[in-house]
Design a protein around this ligand. Structure first.
Ligand code: ACO
Length: 330
């Protein structure tokens, strides 16, 4: 007899952690030939946070994880899966996720890093969802944490003004739901992930353990990235909407990767999502890569924008290229 129940991954809590140090556009004007006007007009970014001495991807990620656990009213012992989406791990290995697991004081379950650059959090949520649905874990911490300031070329004004540091996290819990509950039951409904290495030279880091034995610096053909971004984002969103059998009008909140306001607004316009439903936080933290979607999500939840029962669409695109979207009933 077939099982009449299924598991859904329900969001139980959100959290974030930002370095105290804020670097404003005005301060960037003193470091480089740039202007607040240029940066705001092209990107919407007004400031970014920069990790200080003693702050690393794991310390930020751990603080975000603790905040998400507190928000979920859970203890570290409740967690049996930790996934950290990052392109800026503390070390080449061990995984930053294992460091955070240890920082939480737990040694049961398992932890690993996910590397999909700016799409990392969406990839990690989709991956955690698979483990929870399959009964391989019960409660997952999914963390997006980055210290991009450490891989920027601070003399390259075309890239260094765009990125920042920070961490965001969510707690997901597997909840038994009738198999025919439909899309009104809370939890992750569906995800869609894509990648295409043909674009690897458009956004990459020019170093690594197996090539240069250095960490390297971020390199980007900004215009080329921009050219592909809107089409790829809208394509993968169309895919999740079709898989879920919903239309764009059913979306209550659009929580996109916070890279650039123009990309976000271009995608929203092409999809037909009104800007009142779009969560934008890039102005206050710049592009924090894998941390950007959970930071925007944390903001929308704690500000009381996202409410129980809302249909929430996450989206990201990044180096590789990688891109993806996830649809969640809150
Ligand atoms: N300050 C002042 N002037 C600048 C700066 C700066 N920080 N950076 C570049 N310029 C100059 C350039 O030198 C150029 O001058 P020129 O015309 O004399 O040669 C001029 O501004 C225009 O440069 P472009 O690169 O053509 O500017 P564009 O309008 O394409 O904007 C930007 C650049 C903002 C990077 C844009 O291409 C973009 O947003 N691309 C997407 C990149 C992105 O968001 N990546 C994030 C990672 S991928 C993702 O997350 C989706």
């Amino acid at each position: 007899m077939s099982e009449m129940i299924a598991r859904r991954s329900v969001v139980r809590g959100v959290g974030k952690s930002m370095p105290a140090r804020i670097l404003t556009n005005a301060e960037m004007e003193t470091m480089l030939e740039t202007s607040d006007e240029w940066i705001v007009q092209r990107t919407g970014i007004r400031q970014r946070h920069i990790a200080g001495a003693g702050e690393t991807t794991s310390t930020l990620g751990l603080a975000a994880a603790r905040a998400a656990l507190a928000n979920a009213k859970m203890q570290p012992a409740d967690i049996d899966l930790v996934i950290v989406a990052t392109a800026t791990p503390d070390n080449t290995f061990p995984a930053t996720a294992v460091e955070i697991q240890h920082g939480l004081g737990i040694s049961h379950g398992f932890a690993f890093d996910m590397q999909a650059v700016c799409s990392g959090f969406v990839y990690a949520v989709a991956t955690a969802d698979m483990y929870l649905k399959a009964g391989q874990a019960r409660r997952a911490l999914v963390i997006g944490a980055e210290t991009f300031s450490r891989i920027l070329d601070w003399e390259d004004r075309t890239t260094c003004v765009l990125f920042g540091d920070g961490a965001g996290a969510v707690v997901l819990e597997a909840v038994v739901t009738p198999a025919d509950a439909g899309d009104d039951a809370p939890g992750i409904i569906v995800s869609s992930l894509r990648s295409d290495g043909a674009h690897k030279d458009k956004l990459f880091v020019d170093g690594g353990p197996s090539t240069t034995q250095t960490v390297g610096h971020l390199r980007m053909q900004g215009r080329e990235v921009f050219k592909h971004a809107v089409a790829m984002i809208t394509d993968v969103i169309d895919d999740v909407l079709a898989k879920a059998g919903v239309t764009v009008d059913d979306i209550d909140w659009f929580v996109p990767h916070q890279a650039n306001v123009r990309i976000v607004e271009g995608a929203a316009k092409k999809l037909g999502i009104p800007l009142e439903k779009v969560v934008v936080t890039v102005d206050r933290h710049g592009n924090t890569s894998a941390a950007s979607v959970p930071l925007a999500l944390e903001h929308a939840v704690t500000a009381g924008m996202i409410k129980k029962g809302d249909l929430v669409l996450l989206e990201a695109m990044g180096g590789g290229f990688t891109w993806g979207a996830t649809l969640i009933r809150w």
